[in-house]
Each structure stands twice: as structure tokens, then as C-alpha cells.
Design a protein around this ligand. Structure first.
Ligand SMILES: [Zn+2]
Length: 157
């Protein structure tokens, strides 16, 4: 895989909130939990994970952050104008989650590697990706995938 990632300007649906993504995401997964459904207004959240240092020029004046009960350490930002996802922050802002809908060029992103909270799905997924159920299993597999993503990023330096 190439080390190059052409920076992209991410934004909410109405482009009131913008930021620059400068690095290849550490991970990408599809979450079917009910909170993601409520947050995105869609059947699931196809989302990328980045480190704080990967994202610059944050213009989030029209983002309102809110925390749902689970997972407790994720702060989810909705646009106050279009009411669509703006950006999500985890671990005191050290992890940044950007829904793939907020990228102008989704084709440049890595493929999703798994489905989480698949037991909460509103539609079946016709693919060969692993599908994990429930909080404990989903959380464990997410941490494992992120560790792998971080490792491969360090290893290719
Ligand atoms: Zn918006």
C-alpha cells in the first residue's frame, strides 16, 4: 500500500463545518448500534478512525457536541444547520471519527474491515466482512483493529 494520502477537506452535509484530513485513517468499520443510527439518521455509521494529529484546520463553529450513554467516551458532533454528523471525538479528543459520508473522495479510503453491533442492524449486509454483536465483543474487536492499524502505520515508517 502506498504511504501517500492526498489530504481531503471533510465536512458535514451542508459544509458549514470543515476540517482537513491529512493522513490515511487508522481504521474503518461499520457500526449498526442504535446510537449510530440515531446520530446519522441512517441504517448504520460507516466511519473512519483517525488520530488527533491527522486532522487539522478544524472549523466546527456550527457543531454541537453531545454524549450518549454508550460508549461513554465518545463525543458526537452534529451540525446545528443541517443536523447531520460533523465529527466525533473519543478519548479526550485524541481519537477522531469521521463518517465516510463526510469525505469528498470515499474511493481513496481503506475498505471497511468489519461490522459492529450487527445484532442491532436494520438491514442485512451482503458481504464477507466479519460481523460482531453486542458491546463487549464489538468493543474488543474495535480495539484490536485499531491496534493493528496503529502498528501498520508505525511499521511502514
Ligand atoms: Zn451541516
Amino acid at each position: 500500500m502506498s504511504n501517500e494520502f492526498t489530504p481531503q477537506e471533510g465536512s458535514c452535509a451542508c459544509q458549514s463545518n470543515t476540517y482537513t484530513i491529512n493522513n490515511q485513517p487508522v481504521g474503518r468499520f461499520i457500526c449498526h448500534c442504535t446510537i449510530c443510527q440515531e446520530f446519522t439518521g441512517q441504517a448504520y455509521n460507516d466511519v473512519t478512525v483517525l488520530l488527533k494529529s491527522d486532522v487539522s484546520d478544524l472549523n466546527l463553529i456550527r457543531t454541537k457536541f453531545r454524549r450518549w450513554k454508550l460508549p461513554p467516551n465518545i463525543s458526537r458532533g452534529l451540525c446545528t444547520r443541517c443536523d447531520k454528523p460533523s465529527i466525533e471525538m473519543g478519548l479526550a479528543g485524541n481519537l477522531i471519527l469521521v463518517p465516510t459520508t463526510n469525505y469528498p473522495d470515499v474511493a481513496a479510503l481503506p475498505e471497511p474491515t468489519m461490522h459492529l453491533f450487527y445484532n442491532r442492524r436494520v438491514e442485512d449486509m451482503d458481504d464477507d466482512l466479519p460481523k460482531y454483536n453486542g458491546f463487549v465483543q464489538s468493543q474488543a474487536m474495535l480495539i484490536k483493529a485499531l491496534a493493528k492499524g496503529l502498528y501498520s502505520r508505525v511499521a511502514r515508517r
